[in-house]
Design a protein around this ligand. Sequence first.
Ligand code: TYC
Length: 101
Amino acid sequence: GDGTGFDLATETRIKTKKPSLYRVLLLNDDYTPMEFVVFILERFFNRSREQATRIMLHVHQKGVGLCGVYTYEVAETKVAQVLDLARRHEHPLQCVMEKED
Ligand code: TYC
């Protein structure tokens, strides 16, 4: 449009608000295998092996780390996919989402 968020033809406001974004975070624990966390990051967060390994080691050392930033429904789906696969493998891996400011 013209940057005003207003349609001059219809004199109506048009949706120009960007969607809120959500960080998806992985939490460290003492039991989930490192290789499983790397696999999760590759499979659900489209990370290369090298990126996935860096993120996993960051979580392992710091306690929490960023997997990616998504719109609400995408973030919710990724959290559910991680928790479901971890549960099926009987790993205690935890994954959460938080709104960006
Ligand atoms: N701390 C785990 C271990 O030593 C590895 C791990 C990394 C677990 C990241 C969870 O989100 C996590 N096997």
